[in-house]
Design a protein around this ligand. Structure first.
Ligand code: XIL
Length: 451
């Protein structure tokens, strides 16, 4: 058994240093060179609390979407009282990082305020409220939001209009009305219709196609179609590129707006490799159609993703693991965008820990305690079962660990894999976390070994 060591990078990570894995240029530079953008969905509340989140969000992506902060229910929870704090924070972050913004979303049946959805408003009044909301929200950020999702999720799975409070009260005319109003409210924004399960050619995407065709024929201002792309590992629709192309042929742009590719948990090397191929397929399909303008991921890391909350037993859907380490999917996207990536296709190593390193970071710290994260990454090697150890330099005491079994004896902490995360393939990574107590100071260990 050999030992691989890595200098602890806890302080460096807190200070915002680049991750050791980033051999390529950031994704945003690779994407720009290819003539597309690469974006992600940001949670306003995480930008100020999580240094690694903020670092990845700023360095890797040149477009951002507010994951929730620009939804009507967040903006106007009670009638007439707008709260712009989260939306403004996203705008400020984007400006500070030279990023463009996708506005998400103006007219949607979900995450609408209760007073609106359940208000029993007659048609004329509901239309007026819709117009006011479009005017107010687009007006506030006029000229600063490049794309707006004007209407979100207007269809049901069989290709009819979704039976939403919008449709029940106003009929399908609400869609054209929303687009016309949006054009007036901010003539500089590209106006999108956005939906899920419309990535391949199917009944729902065909309904969307027919609507866009009809709106264009009627002179309704619509500039783009958003394919959310909440996908499942191994199930990227084979007609994705063909579907992007048929929308493009209508004379609209196409964007992949909410990409995540989930799997049944726990993740393993095979699933992560399949997921990497799937991410690559999606990016390549966009690159193959000149009117496909960019790809936006939905959540920076697996720790930020909505998937585990909504799809029971599923997760690991983003390009970064929950310790904010790039996954094979990240490398695949980098490669699709013309970078070298790590070579995930290397034959697996002999499992002895050569080529594997452990990075120790302090994820958060308070007056008496802190949460640490240790990420094990293999490149040119692999692990079948692992032990990670370090000496706490300043009397820190471990209190709890997750995703690993940890014990402390004196200063020495020794952690071994849980039942489900012992395998680290070449090009893969796993991470575990712990809570510990500190007093006086909380320096990171000099050396963390993995074997
Ligand atoms: C999701 C967010 O990610 C969650 O945080 C929130 O609880 C629910 O909404 N389609 C959309 C997105 O258009 O706005 C949704 O985002 C995911 C599905």
């Amino acid at each position: 058994m050999t030992l691989a060591t890595a200098a602890a990078t806890g302080l460096a990570a807190l200070a915002g240093a680049a991750p050791a894995q980033a051999a390529d240029a950031p994704l945003r530079d690779l994407a720009e060179a290819k003539g597309v953008y690469i974006g992600n969905a940001l949670a306003a509340g995480k930008l100020d609390g999580n240094a690694r989140y903020r670092q990845i969000a700023g360095q890797e992506f040149n477009w951002v979407t507010a994951e929730n902060a620009m939804k009507w229910g967040v903006l106007e929870p009670s009638r007439g009282n707008y709260d712009w704090s989260g939306a403004d924070r996203i705008m400020e972050f984007a400006a500070a990082n030279g990023q463009q913004v996708r506005g998400h979303t103006l007219v949607w049946h979900s995450q609408a305020p209760g007073w609106l959805e359940n208000g029993g408003f007659p048609a004329a009044e509901l239309r007026g409220l819709m117009y006011d909301h479009i005017d107010t929200t687009m007006g506030r950020y006029q000229g600063r939001i490049a794309h707006w999702d004007v209407v979100n999720e207007a269809f049901n799975e069989s290709g009819g209009f979704r039976d939403s409070f919008w449709y029940r009260t106003l009929g399908e005319s609400y869609i054209a009305d929303a687009f016309r109003r949006a054009r007036q409210a901010d003539p500089s924004a590209d106006l999108y219709i956005n939906d899920y399960n419309v990535e391949g050619v199917n009944a729902k995407s065909t309904a969307m196609y027919n609507l866009v065709r009809d709106l264009k024929a009627q002179g309704v201002p619509i500039d783009g179609v958003g394919l959310q792309a909440h996908l499942i590992t191994g199930q990227v629709p084979s007609s994705l590129q063909q579907n992007i192309q048929r929308f493009a042929d209508l004379g609209v742009d196409v964007a992949i707006t909410e990409l995540d590719i989930r799997m049944n948990l726990p993740a393993d090397a095979g699933k992560l490799a399949q997921q990497a191929r799937d991410y690559r397929t999606v990016v390549e399909a966009c690159l193959a159609v000149s009117r496909c303008v960019g790809v936006t991921g939905w959540g920076i890391s697996d720790a930020d993703s909505w998937v585990p909350d909504v799809f029971e037993g599923q997760g690991a859907a983003t390009m970064y693991d929950s310790g904010y380490n790039p996954k094979p999917a990240y490398d695949a996207v980098a490669q699709a965008l013309g970078g070298t990536g790590d070579d995930d296709d290397d034959p697996p190593g002999n499992g002895d820990g050569d080529g594997c390193t452990a990075d120790y970071t302090v994820a958060s710290q308070w007056n008496t305690g802190f949460t640490g994260n240790v990420a094990i990454t293999c490149s040119g090697g692999s692990l079948n079962g692992w032990t990670v150890s370090w000496d706490f330099p300043a009397g820190q005491r471990l209190s709890q660990a997750w995703n690993a079994g940890c014990t402390q004896s004196g200063a020495r902490v020794t952690c071994t894999n849980a039942g489900w995360n012992g395998t680290v393939p070449d090009g893969g990574s796993v991470s575990f976390g712990f809570n510990a107590e500190w007093s006086g100071s909380n320096p990171s260990p000099d050396t963390v070994t993995v074997s």
